[in-house]
Write a protein that binds this ligand. Structure first.
Ligand code: GAP
Length: 456
């Protein structure tokens, strides 16, 4: 069975994900992507961009600044209401989210509780009535629930006592809203059209383990669709389907995905739904689809004093477009991809093979070139150079061939090419399939065509 410990150990040992600032004992829930991990994550982002930007004629890309005018966050409502209900344990000084304490308690007791719909007072009463204790020290001596701001503050300006507060953006979406008119005018875009962006976001959250699932720094991939109000619910349903289809297209198993409507709506949302993935810790949010109405554009119109009206070129009707948002964390998706791909296979002789069944487009290396013996290195390096012109390859001549196959299986390399003495004679190699372990003899040109076809 796949556990989060198995995934995180594999990630650490195979250069996929390391603890952030590890030599200084880390910094709570920050993670660094290693040489293999950065490729997988980049491939995930590329697949997303291809699906949502390149394959949609009326979606435009954007890369907005992380630091924005603080008025943006007043307009968006984040300054006033972007917070979590926190409690501190007075005994062991650990900080907890009240909603998480209740959820964990309910899970243990098998209770059906909708914590999202509870007020702070209701949560406080539930914790008191059920005598919920600190999960760290087992005592019950909490501070009352307080709303804890999630936006990271920093400051700009060089004079020490005259600094302006600015925020690290807690979502990329606002960059898309404040650039609505820039994109619409410069691209001569007609509603309905989309703006998509991939970038870092930051939230000062308490992060209760689960590896990279909830971090204080993460990347979002967001798509805002600007449309007419009367078409917006149809688009909302279309994006629910598109979001699911994208996940299936990169190899996520359907059985591990489900829709979950929000019980409690964010301040901006008219209706909202998550797609959840069945992670090792249970069903949890992977991405969100939100009907944001005209909230964002209207608020930016109000706070900036700039008109956000769009004029229909055919009817001359003027209106503030409605927004349907689709948002997914690249890191959270990568975690789902890794959990989804992981398999332990019992082999004859009692051996276990760990294999990551990554979709070929997501795998770090598409092919690993392995000379059977060291004295075949020259030919093998020649083959490696040729293949590497077409797709990213690995080269490995260290250790037994069996061990080298295993290393590649563990990082999800879909194919290994073995170079032997026949290669010197006729330029043919053995292509070994990661999933079936079947081997076929073919020329290097056939390998290139075969792999390129898979990556189309
Ligand atoms: N613009 C809307 C928005 O930000 P959200 O539900 O707060 O909505 C969207 O976040 C997605 O971003 C989530 O579904 C999740 O994939 C990812 N995400 C949010 N907070 C995260 C965190 N602390 N760590 C990793 N990913 C996160």
């Amino acid at each position: 069975m796949v556990t989060m410990d198995k995934i995180s150990n594999l990630c650490k040992s195979r250069g996929i994900i390391f603890q952030g600032s590890e030599i200084y004992d880390g910094l709570g829930n920050t993670w660094d992507y290693g040489p293999v991990g950065v490729e997988i994550k980049n491939n995930i982002k590329k697949a997303w961009w291809k699906y949502f930007v390149y394959n949609n004629k009326s979606t435009y890309g954007l890369d907005a600044a992380i630091l924005m005018n603080p008025k943006v966050w007043e307009a968006s409502g984040h300054t006033a209401s972007f917070s979590d209900p926190k409690m501190d344990c007075k005994e062991c000084k650990t900080r907890h989210r009240a909603d998480n304490l209740i959820e964990d308690y309910a899970k243990k007791k098998g209770l059906q509780i909708n914590v999202d719909a509870m007020t702070d007072e209701e949560m406080q009463k539930f914790i008191d009535d059920n005598d919920i204790k600190c999960p760290n020290c087992g005592k019950k001596n909490f501070t009352p629930i307080r709303q804890f701001k999630l936006m990271f503050e920093t400051s700009r300006g060089t004079v020490a006592d005259n600094k302006d507060i600015v925020y690290l953006r807690p979502e990329t979406a606002q960059g898309e809203f404040v650039n609505f008119l820039n994109v619409q005018r410069t691209m001569r875009a007609k509603v309905p059209f989309g703006i998509a962006q991939i970038g870092k976001a930051f939230r000062n959250e308490i992060t209760p383990g689960n590896f990279t699932y909830r971090t204080i720094e993460f990347e979002q991939m967001e798509h805002q669709l600007f449309c007419k109000e009367d078409e917006s619910f149809a688009f909302y349903n279309e994006y629910k389907k598109k979001a699911l289809d994208f996940l299936l297209s990169i190899g996520i198993k359907q059985d591990f995905l489900r829709y979950k409507d929000h019980d409690k709506l964010a301040h901006y949302a008219k209706c909202a739904c998550d797609i959840q993935y069945n992670y090792p810790m249970g069903w949890s949010e992977l991405n969100g689809i939100h009907h944001r109405g005209t909230w964002d554009l209207s608020r930016h119109q109000e706070f900036s004093g700039k008109s956000m009206l769009y004029m229909d070129p055919i009817t001359n009707e003027k209106y503030v477009p409605t927004v349907v948002e689709y948002s997914i964390g690249a890191d959270r998706l990568m975690l789902a991809v890794l959990c989804n791909a992981y398999e332990e296979q019992e082999l004859e002789g009692g051996d276990t093979r760990v294999v990551m069944h990554l979709h070929p487009t997501l795998a770090c290396y598409k092919v690993a070139v392995l000379p059977l013996q060291k004295n075949l290195s020259e030919k093998a390096l020649e083959m490696y150079a040729e293949l590497n012109k077409h797709f990213y390859c690995d080269y490995d001549e260290a250790g037994s061939i069996g061990k080298r196959y295993r290393r590649q299986d563990e990082i999800g390399t879909p194919y290994c090419v073995t170079i032997d003495f026949d290669t010197l004679e006729n330029n043919t190699v053995t292509l070994r399939d990661r999933d079936t372990m079947e081997q076929k003899r073919m020329t290097i040109e056939e390998v290139i065509n075969f792999v390129e076809n898979l990556l189309k």
